[in-house]
Every structure is written in structure tokens, then in C-alpha cells.
Design a binder for this molecule. Structure first.
Ligand code: GDP
Length: 295
């Protein structure tokens, strides 16, 4: 469907050969084609429309050199534009504070606990940090077990308090524990819900207010399409998070959610999850995602 976008563009521009420039008439039909392809890649309608309008403006009147096909030229314009829209370059997590407190937020099943483990592993092995994981999901004892298993696997200690049902208290105790034991990063996994609800938002907002985290990373399943965008907006409205983590990009999802979420909440995407293993984490490179979306 989207495999041969460049071929499609070349076909759409056949009429253009010998003409030398991209004109309004030629470009309209092609933009429709591109918009359809973006929608197939899970980009939301409004974002796809704005994007194609921008690309159209840039493409119009461009000279088509004999060595470059119109399709190639348009693909380049789109790649550059997409890369720019997704933040341009890599945005790293801010680790300047000691200890740096990182709050992990998102719905149940998004991949928060898995990502917490992956991030701890990444910071330990790639950044030479000494992280502490804090099990803040007070509703699911299984989530605490899961984090403890992951912690053991990667050799990172996990702070938990099975007696407590108070997420704010646990987060504070965890940070105190980190200070006591010389941990320079504290990663607080939090409780999610199946859908956005007021109680969850109040709870995580209270954790934020009482711990002043340096980073709040919003974790979202990239396969949930338009829901991912709505959830991101709801969390951002309430938490004003500092970055997005897109999980489950190991499947055949095209990654359109990256573009939609960035354009709706305007926060950097910092990491992508590409599998269930602890090593299956990548820093987010806008340019690579652009190529993925364009197929
Ligand atoms: P939480 O409820 O948000 O804490 O979500 P979990 O961390 O428990 O993850 C839910 C499920 O998604 C688990 O089965 C994970 O193994 C799986 N998962 C998490 N991240 C990824 C990913 O990047 N790729 C794949 N394929 N599975 C993932």
C-alpha cells in the first residue's frame, strides 16, 4: 500500500516530465495520494492535511533537475518536513539533577513497567548512572513483582512498600532511599487505568506536586492509533509532561502516532520501545521515524 510511495509519486508526475517545474495541477492529485498514505500510516487527519499543505507550498515552483525525478524531489521535501515536525534532532533526558527524579505515566498496558526497567538499564549501561526503581503502582501487586523481576534481571535495586496504598508517600520514601544510598537517578513507575479517569489523574498530579520530578515521561502504545493521541492530550493537559515514549514499535505499525502526538501536544518523543526485552529500547531519531512513516 505504502511500499512504493516514490513510484506512485513518479507515476503521478509523469505528465510533468519535460515541463521542468512542479505545478499546482500536478501537485494536487499527488497530495491526495500522500494524504491517503499518511492516514494508512495512522497519522490523524488534521495532521496529514497540515503536512500536505506545507509540502505543497514547498514543492510548488521547484525546478525538477534532470538527474532527480519529481518523486525523489517530493520524497526529499517530505522527509525533511516530517523530520522537522517530529522535533528535528534527538532530545535527551535531562540528567543534570542529583538525584534526577523521573516519573513514568500512562495507561495500563501501555508498557510503563517494562519501560521503567528498560530506562534503568539504559541509564546504567549507556550513561553510567546508578538508578533506583520505585514501584508506585499500589493497585496491582503483580506490577510490583514484575518490576522486581526486571530489576533483578538488569541488576538495579527496586524500592517497594507493600504495606502502603499511598503513591505520594511511596515516591517520597523512594527518593529518600535513593539519596541515602547514593543513587543519582530515581525512576518512579506509577499506576495506570484502562482509560483516562479523574482519580488516576488526581493521583499522579499529586505525585508530581509532591516530588517535583525533573522529567515526566508519558508512555503510550503506538498501536492504539487515534486513541494514543487523545490519551496523550489528556495526560499533557493535566501533567504538562516533558517527553513521550512510544512503545510496541516492533510490530508493523508505521509510526504515524509519533507525528500525530508530536503535532498535538508539541512535546519531544524521547524513546521508542521495540520489543519486550530489556534491551529493546531506542533513543528516538526523528529522521529514522520519517523514513519509516514514508515507507
Ligand atoms: P504497564 O501496564 O503500562 O506497566 O505495561 P507493561 O509494562 O506491563 O506492558 C504491557 C505488555 O506490553 C507486556 O506484556 C509487555 O511485555 C509488553 N510490552 C511493553 N513494551 C513493549 C514493546 O516495546 N514491544 C512489545 N512487543 N511489547 C511490549
Amino acid at each position: 500500500m505504502f511500499e512504493n510511495l516514490q513510484d506512485k509519486l513518479d507515476r503521478a508526475f509523469k505528465v510533468l516530465k519535460g515541463q521542468g517545474t512542479i505545478t499546482e495541477i500536478n501537485v494536487a492529485e499527488t497530495m491526495k495520494e500522500i494524504r491517503k498514505a499518511l492516514l494508512d500510516a495512522d497519522v490523524n487527519y488534521k495532521t496529514a492535511k497540515t503536512f500536505t499543505d506545507d509540502v505543497k507550498q514547498k514543492a510548488l515552483g521547484q525546478n525538477v533537475l534532470t538527474s532527480v525525478s519529481p518523486g525523489q524531489l517530493l520524497t526529499k521535501i517530505m522527509n525533511d518536513e516530517l523530520t522537522e515536525l517530529m522535533g528535528g534532532s534527538v532530545t535527551e533526558v535531562d540528567l543534570s539533577a542529583n538525584p534526577t527524579v523521573i516519573l513514568i505515566a500512562g495507561l495500563n498496558g501501555a508498557g510503563k513497567t517494562t519501560f521503567s526497567g528498560k530506562l534503568a538499564n539504559f541509564l546504567k549501561t549507556q550513561k553510567g548512572r546508578k538508578p533506583l526503581l520505585v514501584a508506585g503502582d499500589v493497585y496491582r501487586p503483580a506490577a510490583i513483582d514484575q518490576l522486581q523481576v526486571l530489576g533483578q534481571q538488569i541488576g538495579v535495586p527496586v524500592f517497594a512498600n507493600l504495606e502502603s496504598k499511598d503513591p505520594v508517600g511511596i515516591a517520597k520514601e523512594g527518593i529518600a532511599e535513593a539519596k541515602k544510598n547514593g543513587h543519582n537517578v530515581v525512576i518512579v513507575d506509577t499506576a495506570g487505568r484502562l482509560a483516562v479517569d479523574e482519580e488516576m489523574m488526581n493521583e499522579i498530579a499529586a505525585v508530581k506536586a509532591n516530588t517535583n520530578p525533573h522529567e515526566i515521561l508519558f508512555v503510550v502504545d503506538s498501536m492504539t492509533g487515534q486513541d494514543a493521541v487523545n490519551t496523550a492530550k489528556a495526560f499533557n493537559d493535566r501533567l504538562d509532561f516533558t517527553g513521550v515514549v512510544l512503545t510496541k514499535l516492533d510490530g508493523d505499525t508505521r509510526g504515524g502516532a509519533a507525528l500525530s502526538i508530536k503535532s498535538v501536544v508539541n512535546k519531544p518523543i524521547k524513546f521508542i520501545g521495540t520489543g519486550e526485552k530489556m534491551e529493546a529500547l531506542d533513543v528516538f531519531y526523528p529522521e529514522r521515524m520519517a523514513s519509516r512513516i514514508l515507507g
